[in-house]
Design a protein around this ligand. Sequence first.
Ligand code: FAD
Length: 430
Amino acid sequence: MEKYNYVILGAGITGLSAAYHLKNLDYAIFESENRIGGMCKTESINGFLFDYAEHFIRVDDLYVKKIIKKLLKSNVQSQNLNSAIYISGNYTGYPFQTNLFGLPPEIIKECLVGYIKAVYETDKKEIPKNFEEWIYKNFGDGIAKHFMLPYNEKIWNVHPREMNINWFFSDKVVPKGSIEQLIEGAIKKTEEDKQIRWYTVKGGIESLAKSFIPHIKNLYLNEKVVKIIPSKKRVIFGDGKSVEYNYLISTIPLKEFIKIIGDSAPNSVKKASEKLKYNSLLCVNFGVNRDKISDKHWIYFPDKDIVFSRVYFPMNFSSSMVPKGKSSVGAIITYSDKKPINKKNIVKIVQKDLIKTSILKEDDEILIENIVNIKYGFSIPDLNLPKNIDVIQKYLLKNDVHSIGRYGNWEYAGIEHSILDGKNIAEKLK
Ligand SMILES: Cc1cc2nc3c(=O)[nH]c(=O)nc-3n(C[C@H](O)[C@H](O)[C@H](O)COP(=O)(O)OP(=O)(O)OC[C@H]3O[C@@H](n4cnc5c(N)ncnc54)[C@H](O)[C@@H]3O)c2cc1C
């Protein structure tokens, strides 16, 4: 039986980054699918390219900037994020609280009064017990009622009062804004939120995953892990092959991973894993026979009567994502066991709502319809998540298993995190 000092499970960005940073050490990386990338994959259909959902790279970290430039060379470009919110029939800028201009006056008043009360009347020393309290404390009643609560409840499929506040990894995930910005944004149309994002010039987000290939070795595709025996430090694959390790680095969704360990895991760990909650998502994509249907990268939809939570426009991430003179749009719908969706007719329902929100026209010719279904889309940061993760990770660490990445550590994280997670684990275990 083959043995490696380090065995990496999963060739998404986290696993690829771990392999990259282990350099010439003795490792192998195993991926269940026939191609690498994980969530960072791109479907190509008749000249239209669709990432799995939208993937704009946030690059706050200098090291991440350096490595992406090294990997992608000239295949990377930077842009100002251009996003918007559709609310009760109106479009406004993002973030909501600093772009109230244009909304009905009574909504603006409610938001401003609520915000001022939140700033001056709430006890700042009192730590919010959940995400709902955090929203009220930071934004007040109006902003909570008109955007923060409905949008978050819609995309997470749980009420913010059931969510913890540890999940946003940086202030920029839920931007706040000062009282001056809020008032200015209420009396006039302000500059759009100018956050910088990076994206590939060609090939969609999958090009980023592929750019690791020249720098890594011992990559095995079509190798689905079906069993792990921690006491023997052994991984068994669907085709019967097995390998042994000294250190195991897993990026497989944690809930799935504990199922794979099966009865070898203590009951407390199995119970904690059963309590991990998640949302699945459908990405419904269209290729449209019309130029420039929008200038946005993405738009948020808090209203309940619109089926999707967010739409994105791949053609604005890079012009190479569509044939010349055409447009593309995708819609994200989250669902879970508690909030199932009826997938029958979903393409028609999404198309109808894209027309209702003036993104598509009745007579637009649809050239491509494509659906991507993602089982583990968002891990839900419920109130017990930190406790459950702690129980599971302590057990895994005792067995030299390092479960990392957005799904491996069951967290809200992006590509930047994945690259750093891979780097950090390699440096820790070297
Ligand atoms: C809707 C949505 C939008 C997003 N937008 C952005 C964005 O704009 N910017 C950004 O930076 N990030 C974004 N992200 C997050 C980003 O996609 C992830 O952070 C990142 O891709 C996670 O990489 P990973 O390697 O940790 O996990 P994954 O990409 O899931 O990789 C895990 C790998 O493990 C493999 N695997 C699973 N089970 C097995 C098994 N049994 N045996 C072997 N292999 C297995 C999988 O096939 C997969 O390749 C978004 C995510 C979602 C869901």
